[in-house]
Design a protein around this ligand. Structure first.
Ligand SMILES: [Zn+2]
Length: 249
């Protein structure tokens, strides 16, 4: 793993803007954590809303997450148009744009193809919480199928119509599966979003293993509600973030 590059990007924000500095710093760390934890690999990406402008968000240029540095971060509007920054953007930046536009409560989005999650985007088996931390991904993860409205495509969410359709299926949930493709997770801040993505990875792995052994015991609605509330930000998320950040540094 390469060392974190703490250089500040040029042209994205003024040098004395400590709020944006800290958001970009977390965005770089989030990229490294999700790569280090195997949620992202060569592909996938994470975004964060501009703390000074709810109509804009930050996302790396098209680069593998483990390699992302502060200087790679670009700024986009909520239709995916480049506002600031250099380089070739991710094709699927519109997915972030559409979800952030549809969800004022969401300030960070991750799109991933975590290997443990992918089978649930392929098989006719619902992804539901089977251990307490899995509760943060939602009671029953909805599945968006591009075939329903767009017929045969490359499966990449590469235009706004597809992105808005995905955002609609996500609804008010914290996560959604993309049939034959991957998943998205959406949270109120970047650390919670990373938390959701990693817990989703773990829940998918536990559920697959449990299905091999027999009939899984799923969390009840009440357990999901209480366990999700217990892990909605605060000390547990701060503790996990510190642990994951150390592992990837
Ligand atoms: Zn993808």
């Amino acid at each position: 793993m390469t060392t974190l590059d703490r250089r500040q990007p040029e042209g994205i924000f003024s040098a004395n803007d400590t709020v944006t500095h800290s958001v970009i710093d977390d965005l770089v760390t989030a990229n490294r954590i999700l790569a280090g934890e195997g949620v992202l690999d060569a592909f996938g990406h994470i975004s964060v809303r501009d703390p000074h402008d709810p109509g804009a968000f930050f996302l790396s240029r098209s680069r593998s997450p483990e390699l992302v540095e502060a200087g790679d971060i670009m700024r986009f509007d909520l239709e995916g148009n480049v506002l600031e920054g250099e380089g070739k953007p991710y094709l699927e930046r519109v997915l972030h744009a559409a979800i952030l536009a549809a969800r004022p409560d969401v300030n960070s989005v991750v799109h991933h193809h975590a290997p443990s999650v992918l089978p649930f985007a392929v098989a006719d088996v619902a992804l539901r919480p089977v251990f307490h931390l899995g509760a943060v991904m939602g009671a029953r993860v909805p599945v968006w199928d591009s075939q329903d409205s767009f017929d045969d495509t490359s499966l990449l969410v590469s235009d706004l119509d597809m992105a808005r359709s995905l955002a609609q299926t996500l609804g008010t949930e914290p996560s959604c599966l993309l049939a034959r493709h991957g998943a998205v997770c959406a949270g109120p801040d970047i650390r919670q979003t990373v938390f959701i993505a990693i817990c989703m990875r773990d829940n998918a792995e536990v559920l697959t293993n449990a299905l091999r052994l027999g009939t899984p015991s799923y969390l009840t609605e009440g357990e999901i509600r209480q366990a999700a509330a217990k892990h909605d930000g605060g000390a547990p998320v701060a503790r996990a973030w510190e642990y994951w950040a150390r592992r990837c540094s």
